[in-house]
Ligand binder design. Sequence first.
Ligand code: LLP
Length: 385
Amino acid sequence: MWTPSIVSALENAETPLYFYDMVLLKKTLAEIIQTSKVYDFHVHYALKANNNTKVLQIIQEAGLGADCVSGNEIELAVEHGFKTNQIVFAGVGKTVKEILTALKHQIFCFNVESVQELEVIAQLCLENETTARIALRINPNVDAHTHHYITTGLDENKFGILTHELPLCLEIIEKNSQLQLCGLHFHIGSQITDLNVFKSLCVKVNEWNRWFINRGHEVKVLNVGGGLGIDYDQPDAVGIPDFAVFFAIFNQFLERKPDQQIHFELGRSIVGQCGSLISRVLYIKNGLKKNFAILDAGMTELLRPSLYQAYHKIETVKRHLQSESEMIYDVVGPICESSDCFGKEVRLAELNRGDLIAIRSAGAYGEVMALRYNLRAPLNFVYLE
Ligand code: LLP
C-alpha cells in the first residue's frame, strides 16, 4: 500500500489528511458494475458515506445513481452530474424545503418514511401542481446483527413505516392521484457482515411485495437499501467486498416479478476501503501504566471509534518491519475528551515524534462526519489517481 512515491507525497503534505486511493475506488466500481449487471440490478451510491467532490465525480462517471438524505445532498448530486431520474431521497425528517427541492428536480423516487410525510408530499404536490413518485419505506423488523447505533430495521427504530400503517398509506395514495406509488423500500442497517441477514430481508420483501400485488398495486421497484459491510481487519487482503456473492443472494432469494426492478443503495462498501486518515505523531507520552501515542488527528477527523467503538486498523506508514522493536500504545488524538482514542493497546513499531500513522478503512463515514469541535482546522487531502 505505502509505496515510496505515496510515502513521499504524504511526507510533504500537511496532516491530518484524508488519503484517497482513486485507483481502488475505480476497481471497486468496475466490480460493482460487472456483478450487478448480470442481474440487471440498479445501484445508487449513498452520498452520506462520502461526498468528497473527486470521489463523487468518479462514482458519477461510473454511471451509478444517487441515494440522498437531504435537499443539500440532492443539489450536490445534481451539481456533480448524477441523473435526476436516478436519484432517490430517504430520511425520516424531510423538511418542506427539501421536499420542494426534490420535486423541482423531479427525482426518481421519494422513499417515504411515515404516514404524515406522505400527506405532506401529497399537499405540496397539489400546491405546486406536480406529481411525485414514491416508494414506501417499510420497517420489516429484521435484525441486522450490527452495532445498535446503525441498526435501522427493527420495530424499535425510528425508520420506515410500521406494517400496520400500510393500509392507511394505500388509502392516502388511492385518494391522491398526484402520488405515484412506484415501489417499496427497505434498509435494515449498515456494516452487515452476516450475509444471512440479507436472506431474511428477502423473505420479508417477498411477503410485502405479494401483499401489495394482491391488493392490485403495481410494484415496479423493490429497493433493498444498502448495508454491505467491509473488512476493517484486513483492508489490504479484502480491499473490495464480495459483491458477486452479495448480489447473488438477492437474485436467489427475491421473488422478482416480471418487469420488477431491483435497486440498491450502497455507501460503505463502495468507498470504505479507499480512504485512510493520515496523521503525524505529535508526542509520545510514556505513562505509568501505558504509553500514549498522541496524534495530530482526533475524533474530530474520524468520529467512528469514539462514537461506535469502531475498530480501524492503525499502522505506521513507513516502517512495517517485523524485526523492528515494537511497543504497545494507546493511540489517541489531541481533543479534550477521553473518548478521543483511535485504539487501545495497539502494537506498532516504536514510534517517534513526526512519524506518519495511517488509520485505515476510513473512506466511508470519515470525512463526512468530521467536526469543527475545538475549532479544528479544515482537512487536507492527498489523492492517488
Ligand atoms: N440507505 C439508507 C436508507 C441508509 O440509511 C444508509 C445508511 C444507506 C442506504 C447506506 O448504507 P451502507 O451501504 O453505507 O451501509 N455513520 C455510521 C453509518 C450510518 C449508516 C446510515 N445509513 C458508521 O459510521 O458506521
